[in-house]
Design a protein around this ligand. Sequence first.
Ligand code: WQD
Length: 346
Amino acid sequence: MINKGKILVTGGTGYIGSHTCVELIEQGYEVLIIDNLSNSESFIIDRIEEISGVRPKFYQFDLLEADKVDTFFDENKNLKGIIHFAASKAVGESVKEPLKYYQNNLMGMVNLLEGMKLYGVKNIVFSSSCTVYGQPDSLPVNESAPVKPAESPYGYTKQVNENILKDTVAAVDHIRGIALRYFNPIGAHASGLIGELPKGVPANLMPFITQTAYGLREQLSVFGDDYETPDGSCIRDYIHVVDLAKAHIIAIERLVDGKNTDGYEVFNIGTGNGFSVLEVIKSFEKTTGIKLNYKVAPRRAGDIVQIWADTKIGNEVLGWKAEKTLDEMTSSAWTWEKNYRESASQ
Ligand code: WQD
Protein backbone atom coordinates (compact mmCIF):
# COMPACT_ATOMS: atom_id res chain seq x y z
CA MET A 1 0.00 0.00 0.00
CA ILE A 2 2.10 2.96 -1.25
CA ASN A 3 1.92 5.96 1.05
CA LYS A 4 1.16 9.07 -0.95
CA GLY A 5 1.09 11.10 2.26
CA LYS A 6 -1.36 12.21 4.93
CA ILE A 7 -4.81 13.61 4.16
CA LEU A 8 -7.06 14.95 6.92
CA VAL A 9 -10.77 14.21 6.45
CA THR A 10 -12.96 16.24 8.78
CA GLY A 11 -16.37 14.60 9.24
CA GLY A 12 -14.76 11.34 8.10
CA THR A 13 -17.21 9.08 9.96
CA GLY A 14 -20.13 10.72 8.15
CA TYR A 15 -21.92 9.52 5.03
CA ILE A 16 -19.82 11.15 2.29
CA GLY A 17 -16.73 11.39 4.48
CA SER A 18 -16.54 7.65 5.15
CA HIS A 19 -16.92 6.79 1.46
CA THR A 20 -14.17 9.30 0.66
CA CYS A 21 -11.86 7.78 3.31
CA VAL A 22 -12.24 4.37 1.64
CA GLU A 23 -11.35 5.80 -1.77
CA LEU A 24 -8.38 7.74 -0.35
CA ILE A 25 -6.94 4.63 1.32
CA GLU A 26 -7.43 2.60 -1.84
CA GLN A 27 -5.48 5.29 -3.73
CA GLY A 28 -2.58 4.95 -1.27
CA TYR A 29 -3.14 7.88 1.09
CA GLU A 30 -2.77 7.81 4.86
CA VAL A 31 -6.10 9.07 6.23
CA LEU A 32 -6.60 11.00 9.48
CA ILE A 33 -10.15 11.70 10.65
CA ILE A 34 -11.42 14.47 12.91
CA ASP A 35 -15.06 13.99 13.86
CA ASN A 36 -17.14 14.96 16.92
CA LEU A 37 -19.58 12.07 16.30
CA SER A 38 -22.51 14.50 16.63
CA ASN A 39 -24.18 12.98 13.56
CA SER A 40 -22.30 9.70 12.98
CA GLU A 41 -21.11 6.57 14.81
CA SER A 42 -17.60 5.42 15.71
CA PHE A 43 -18.20 1.88 14.36
CA ILE A 44 -17.83 3.43 10.90
CA ILE A 45 -14.07 3.48 11.57
CA ASP A 46 -14.19 -0.33 11.91
CA ARG A 47 -16.16 -0.54 8.65
CA ILE A 48 -13.61 1.63 6.80
CA GLU A 49 -10.90 -0.73 8.03
CA GLU A 50 -12.96 -3.79 7.07
CA ILE A 51 -13.44 -2.50 3.53
CA SER A 52 -9.96 -1.05 2.89
CA GLY A 53 -7.76 -3.12 5.21
CA VAL A 54 -6.36 0.06 6.78
CA ARG A 55 -7.61 1.79 9.93
CA PRO A 56 -7.63 5.58 9.72
CA LYS A 57 -6.25 7.45 12.73
CA PHE A 58 -9.27 8.92 14.51
CA TYR A 59 -9.36 12.13 16.55
CA GLN A 60 -12.66 12.73 18.33
CA PHE A 61 -13.12 16.44 18.89
CA ASP A 62 -15.04 19.43 17.58
CA LEU A 63 -13.51 21.94 15.18
CA LEU A 64 -14.92 24.62 17.49
CA GLU A 65 -12.28 23.54 20.04
CA ALA A 66 -9.57 25.80 18.60
CA ASP A 67 -6.90 24.53 21.02
CA LYS A 68 -7.45 20.93 19.88
CA VAL A 69 -7.33 22.02 16.24
CA ASP A 70 -3.98 23.69 16.95
CA THR A 71 -2.63 20.62 18.73
CA PHE A 72 -3.72 18.43 15.81
CA PHE A 73 -1.81 20.57 13.30
CA ASP A 74 1.20 20.72 15.62
CA GLU A 75 1.25 16.91 15.83
CA ASN A 76 0.71 16.41 12.08
CA LYS A 77 3.03 18.86 10.37
CA ASN A 78 3.32 17.08 7.03
CA LEU A 79 -0.31 17.06 5.90
CA LYS A 80 -0.66 16.86 2.09
CA GLY A 81 -4.15 18.34 2.31
CA ILE A 82 -7.56 18.47 3.91
CA ILE A 83 -11.03 17.40 2.76
CA HIS A 84 -13.51 19.30 4.88
CA PHE A 85 -16.93 17.67 5.38
CA ALA A 86 -17.60 18.36 9.07
CA ALA A 87 -20.71 20.56 9.31
CA SER A 88 -24.34 20.46 10.36
CA LYS A 89 -26.40 19.66 7.25
CA ALA A 90 -30.11 19.45 7.97
CA VAL A 91 -32.02 22.14 6.09
CA GLY A 92 -35.09 22.04 8.36
CA GLU A 93 -33.08 22.03 11.59
CA SER A 94 -31.08 25.02 10.38
CA VAL A 95 -34.29 27.09 10.14
CA LYS A 96 -35.13 26.23 13.77
CA GLU A 97 -31.54 26.60 15.09
CA PRO A 98 -29.71 29.16 12.90
CA LEU A 99 -27.15 30.07 15.58
CA LYS A 100 -26.04 26.44 15.88
CA TYR A 101 -25.48 26.37 12.12
CA TYR A 102 -23.67 29.72 11.92
CA GLN A 103 -21.41 28.83 14.83
CA ASN A 104 -20.71 25.22 13.85
CA ASN A 105 -20.34 25.57 10.11
CA LEU A 106 -18.66 28.97 9.93
CA MET A 107 -16.41 28.90 13.00
CA GLY A 108 -15.41 25.31 12.24
CA MET A 109 -14.23 26.46 8.81
CA VAL A 110 -12.43 29.49 10.25
CA ASN A 111 -10.58 27.41 12.85
CA LEU A 112 -9.50 24.93 10.19
CA LEU A 113 -8.21 27.66 7.88
CA GLU A 114 -6.41 29.37 10.77
CA GLY A 115 -4.60 26.10 11.40
CA MET A 116 -3.69 25.78 7.72
CA LYS A 117 -2.38 29.33 7.70
CA LEU A 118 -0.29 28.89 10.83
CA TYR A 119 1.16 25.49 9.98
CA GLY A 120 1.70 25.98 6.25
CA VAL A 121 -0.87 23.44 5.05
CA LYS A 122 -1.55 24.16 1.38
CA ASN A 123 -4.54 22.26 0.05
CA ILE A 124 -8.20 22.06 0.99
CA VAL A 125 -11.27 20.63 -0.73
CA PHE A 126 -14.50 22.04 0.65
CA SER A 127 -17.86 20.26 0.71
CA SER A 128 -20.29 22.75 -0.81
CA SER A 129 -23.75 22.23 -2.26
CA CYS A 130 -25.94 22.99 -5.27
CA THR A 131 -28.20 24.61 -2.72
CA VAL A 132 -26.17 27.79 -3.30
CA TYR A 133 -27.96 28.16 -6.66
CA GLY A 134 -31.48 28.22 -5.19
CA GLN A 135 -33.90 27.70 -8.09
CA PRO A 136 -31.66 28.36 -11.12
CA ASP A 137 -33.01 30.64 -13.88
CA SER A 138 -32.01 28.05 -16.50
CA LEU A 139 -31.09 24.38 -16.50
CA PRO A 140 -28.71 22.63 -16.49
CA VAL A 141 -27.03 24.94 -13.99
CA ASN A 142 -23.34 25.76 -14.45
CA GLU A 143 -20.74 27.11 -12.02
CA SER A 144 -21.08 30.70 -13.25
CA ALA A 145 -24.82 30.77 -12.51
CA PRO A 146 -25.68 33.42 -9.92
CA VAL A 147 -25.57 32.40 -6.28
CA LYS A 148 -29.08 33.26 -5.09
CA PRO A 149 -30.40 34.23 -1.64
CA ALA A 150 -30.20 31.01 0.35
CA GLU A 151 -33.43 29.17 1.16
CA SER A 152 -32.13 28.22 4.64
CA PRO A 153 -29.38 29.07 7.15
CA TYR A 154 -27.77 25.76 6.14
CA GLY A 155 -27.60 26.87 2.51
CA TYR A 156 -26.35 30.29 3.59
CA THR A 157 -23.46 28.74 5.53
CA LYS A 158 -22.39 26.98 2.33
CA GLN A 159 -22.40 30.29 0.46
CA VAL A 160 -20.51 32.10 3.22
CA ASN A 161 -17.96 29.30 3.59
CA GLU A 162 -17.24 29.41 -0.15
CA ASN A 163 -16.45 33.12 0.26
CA ILE A 164 -14.41 32.52 3.41
CA LEU A 165 -12.32 30.01 1.45
CA LYS A 166 -12.02 32.27 -1.60
CA ASP A 167 -10.91 35.24 0.50
CA THR A 168 -8.43 33.15 2.47
CA VAL A 169 -6.89 31.78 -0.73
CA ALA A 170 -6.53 35.37 -1.98
CA ALA A 171 -4.90 36.53 1.26
CA VAL A 172 -2.68 33.60 2.21
CA ASP A 173 -0.05 32.74 -0.42
CA HIS A 174 0.34 29.05 0.33
CA ILE A 175 -3.37 28.13 0.60
CA ARG A 176 -5.22 26.76 -2.46
CA GLY A 177 -8.82 25.52 -2.38
CA ILE A 178 -11.50 23.76 -4.40
CA ALA A 179 -15.20 23.92 -3.56
CA LEU A 180 -17.26 20.97 -4.80
CA ARG A 181 -20.96 21.78 -5.21
CA TYR A 182 -22.72 18.47 -4.64
CA PHE A 183 -26.11 17.74 -6.04
CA ASN A 184 -28.08 14.99 -4.25
CA PRO A 185 -25.83 12.19 -2.97
CA ILE A 186 -27.60 8.84 -2.46
CA GLY A 187 -26.67 5.15 -2.48
CA ALA A 188 -23.93 3.27 -0.65
CA HIS A 189 -20.65 1.38 -1.05
CA ALA A 190 -21.13 -1.98 -2.83
CA SER A 191 -19.99 -3.82 0.32
CA GLY A 192 -23.11 -2.66 2.17
CA LEU A 193 -20.84 -1.86 5.14
CA ILE A 194 -21.14 1.94 5.02
CA GLY A 195 -23.98 4.20 3.94
CA GLU A 196 -26.32 7.01 4.94
CA LEU A 197 -27.13 6.88 8.64
CA PRO A 198 -29.36 9.85 9.53
CA LYS A 199 -30.15 10.32 13.22
CA GLY A 200 -33.87 10.45 14.01
CA VAL A 201 -36.50 10.90 11.29
CA PRO A 202 -34.76 11.26 7.90
CA ALA A 203 -35.27 14.61 6.17
CA ASN A 204 -33.85 13.34 2.88
CA LEU A 205 -35.73 11.24 0.35
CA MET A 206 -33.55 8.15 -0.02
CA PRO A 207 -33.18 7.19 3.65
CA PHE A 208 -36.90 7.78 4.15
CA ILE A 209 -37.59 5.39 1.26
CA THR A 210 -35.30 2.67 2.60
CA GLN A 211 -36.57 3.03 6.18
CA THR A 212 -40.17 2.81 4.93
CA ALA A 213 -39.31 -0.29 2.89
CA TYR A 214 -37.68 -1.84 5.96
CA GLY A 215 -40.81 -1.12 8.03
CA LEU A 216 -39.27 1.53 10.29
CA ARG A 217 -41.55 4.24 8.83
CA GLU A 218 -45.23 3.76 8.15
CA GLN A 219 -45.42 5.52 4.80
CA LEU A 220 -43.40 7.86 2.61
CA SER A 221 -44.95 11.24 1.86
CA VAL A 222 -44.24 12.57 -1.61
CA PHE A 223 -44.12 16.31 -1.03
CA GLY A 224 -46.24 17.48 -3.93
CA ASP A 225 -47.13 16.13 -7.35
CA ASP A 226 -48.54 19.38 -8.74
CA TYR A 227 -45.27 21.02 -9.79
CA GLU A 228 -44.51 22.14 -13.34
CA THR A 229 -42.61 18.94 -14.13
CA PRO A 230 -43.48 15.99 -16.38
CA ASP A 231 -44.96 13.88 -13.57
CA GLY A 232 -45.64 16.76 -11.17
CA SER A 233 -43.01 15.78 -8.57
CA CYS A 234 -39.74 17.67 -7.95
CA ILE A 235 -36.64 16.88 -9.97
CA ARG A 236 -33.12 16.55 -8.55
CA ASP A 237 -29.71 15.43 -9.85
CA TYR A 238 -29.13 12.31 -7.75
CA ILE A 239 -25.50 11.17 -7.71
CA HIS A 240 -24.05 7.92 -6.33
CA VAL A 241 -22.02 8.64 -3.20
CA VAL A 242 -19.10 6.55 -4.55
CA ASP A 243 -18.95 8.71 -7.70
CA LEU A 244 -19.02 11.73 -5.41
CA ALA A 245 -16.23 10.30 -3.22
CA LYS A 246 -14.06 9.67 -6.27
CA ALA A 247 -14.48 13.32 -7.30
CA HIS A 248 -12.83 14.33 -4.00
CA ILE A 249 -9.75 12.23 -4.73
CA ILE A 250 -9.37 13.88 -8.12
CA ALA A 251 -9.87 17.35 -6.59
CA ILE A 252 -7.35 16.91 -3.76
CA GLU A 253 -4.80 15.41 -6.21
CA ARG A 254 -5.31 18.41 -8.52
CA LEU A 255 -4.28 20.63 -5.62
CA VAL A 256 -1.45 18.40 -4.31
CA ASP A 257 0.00 18.14 -7.82
CA GLY A 258 -0.27 21.94 -8.20
CA LYS A 259 -2.44 21.57 -11.30
CA ASN A 260 -5.14 24.01 -10.23
CA THR A 261 -4.73 27.10 -12.37
CA ASP A 262 -6.52 29.53 -10.04
CA GLY A 263 -5.95 29.46 -6.30
CA TYR A 264 -9.68 28.93 -5.80
CA GLU A 265 -11.87 26.80 -8.07
CA VAL A 266 -15.50 25.65 -7.98
CA PHE A 267 -16.93 22.52 -9.61
CA ASN A 268 -20.43 21.07 -9.90
CA ILE A 269 -20.48 17.42 -8.87
CA GLY A 270 -23.62 15.90 -10.33
CA THR A 271 -24.54 13.46 -13.09
CA GLY A 272 -26.13 16.04 -15.40
CA ASN A 273 -29.39 14.05 -15.31
CA GLY A 274 -32.50 15.03 -13.36
CA PHE A 275 -34.88 12.46 -11.91
CA SER A 276 -38.23 13.10 -10.22
CA VAL A 277 -39.26 11.81 -6.82
CA LEU A 278 -41.69 9.40 -8.50
CA GLU A 279 -38.93 8.16 -10.82
CA VAL A 280 -36.68 7.45 -7.81
CA ILE A 281 -39.51 5.49 -6.20
CA LYS A 282 -40.05 3.56 -9.45
CA SER A 283 -36.35 2.73 -9.64
CA PHE A 284 -36.34 1.57 -6.02
CA GLU A 285 -39.36 -0.68 -6.60
CA LYS A 286 -37.76 -2.11 -9.74
CA THR A 287 -34.34 -2.83 -8.22
CA THR A 288 -35.65 -4.24 -4.93
CA GLY A 289 -38.93 -5.84 -5.97
CA ILE A 290 -40.58 -4.02 -3.05
CA LYS A 291 -43.87 -2.15 -3.49
CA LEU A 292 -43.26 1.07 -1.58
CA ASN A 293 -46.04 2.46 0.63
CA TYR A 294 -46.32 6.15 -0.21
CA LYS A 295 -48.88 8.88 -0.53
CA VAL A 296 -48.91 12.30 -2.14
CA ALA A 297 -48.73 15.01 0.53
CA PRO A 298 -48.66 18.82 0.41
CA ARG A 299 -45.57 20.55 -0.91
CA ARG A 300 -42.63 21.03 1.54
CA ALA A 301 -41.75 24.66 2.29
CA GLY A 302 -38.39 25.69 0.82
CA ASP A 303 -38.28 23.03 -1.89
CA ILE A 304 -37.14 24.18 -5.30
CA VAL A 305 -38.97 22.66 -8.27
CA GLN A 306 -36.08 21.25 -10.27
CA ILE A 307 -32.31 21.33 -10.61
CA TRP A 308 -29.65 19.34 -12.41
CA ALA A 309 -25.99 20.00 -13.09
CA ASP A 310 -24.09 21.21 -16.10
CA THR A 311 -21.09 18.92 -15.60
CA LYS A 312 -18.96 20.18 -18.52
CA ILE A 313 -16.33 21.96 -16.43
CA GLY A 314 -15.95 19.08 -13.99
CA ASN A 315 -15.68 16.62 -16.89
CA GLU A 316 -13.13 18.68 -18.83
CA VAL A 317 -11.04 20.40 -16.15
CA LEU A 318 -11.19 17.81 -13.37
CA GLY A 319 -11.37 14.88 -15.75
CA TRP A 320 -14.13 13.42 -13.59
CA LYS A 321 -17.50 11.99 -14.67
CA ALA A 322 -20.22 10.21 -12.72
CA GLU A 323 -20.59 6.60 -13.87
CA LYS A 324 -23.28 4.95 -11.76
CA THR A 325 -26.94 4.75 -12.69
CA LEU A 326 -30.04 5.62 -10.67
CA ASP A 327 -30.79 1.89 -10.35
CA GLU A 328 -27.33 1.29 -8.84
CA MET A 329 -28.03 4.12 -6.39
CA THR A 330 -31.39 2.80 -5.22
CA SER A 331 -30.32 -0.86 -5.05
CA SER A 332 -27.11 -0.05 -3.10
CA ALA A 333 -29.09 2.15 -0.69
CA TRP A 334 -31.38 -0.79 0.03
CA THR A 335 -28.48 -3.25 0.50
CA TRP A 336 -26.96 -0.90 3.09
CA GLU A 337 -30.28 -0.38 4.92
CA LYS A 338 -30.90 -4.14 5.19
CA ASN A 339 -27.32 -4.92 6.26
CA TYR A 340 -27.26 -2.14 8.84
CA ARG A 341 -30.61 -3.05 10.41
CA GLU A 342 -29.83 -6.77 10.46
CA SER A 343 -26.38 -6.23 12.01
CA ALA A 344 -27.80 -3.71 14.51
CA SER A 345 -30.41 -6.25 15.65
CA GLN A 346 -27.79 -8.94 16.37
C1 WQD B 1 -35.27 15.60 -2.48
C2 WQD B 1 -36.67 15.59 -3.05
C3 WQD B 1 -38.34 16.59 -1.62
C4 WQD B 1 -38.23 13.63 1.56
C5 WQD B 1 -31.19 18.89 0.60
C6 WQD B 1 -30.16 19.98 0.71
C7 WQD B 1 -28.89 19.54 0.02
C8 WQD B 1 -28.45 18.28 0.66
C9 WQD B 1 -29.51 17.21 0.43
C10 WQD B 1 -27.24 17.97 2.73
C11 WQD B 1 -37.42 16.90 -2.78
C12 WQD B 1 -38.62 15.11 -1.83
C13 WQD B 1 -37.96 14.32 0.40
C14 WQD B 1 -39.50 13.01 1.74
C15 WQD B 1 -40.16 13.79 -0.44
N1 WQD B 1 -28.23 18.50 2.05
N2 WQD B 1 -38.90 14.39 -0.57
N3 WQD B 1 -40.42 13.12 0.73
O1 WQD B 1 -34.01 19.00 -0.34
O2 WQD B 1 -33.10 18.31 -2.63
O3 WQD B 1 -31.52 18.72 -0.77
O4 WQD B 1 -30.71 17.66 1.08
O5 WQD B 1 -26.35 17.32 2.32
O6 WQD B 1 -27.90 20.54 0.19
O7 WQD B 1 -30.62 21.14 0.07
O8 WQD B 1 -32.96 16.72 -0.72
O9 WQD B 1 -33.67 14.42 -0.21
O10 WQD B 1 -34.58 16.34 1.22
O11 WQD B 1 -35.38 16.05 -1.12
O12 WQD B 1 -41.01 13.88 -1.33
O13 WQD B 1 -39.81 12.36 2.78
O14 WQD B 1 -37.43 14.57 -2.38
O15 WQD B 1 -39.55 17.33 -1.64
O16 WQD B 1 -38.24 17.18 -3.92
P1 WQD B 1 -33.01 18.26 -1.15
P2 WQD B 1 -34.14 15.84 -0.12
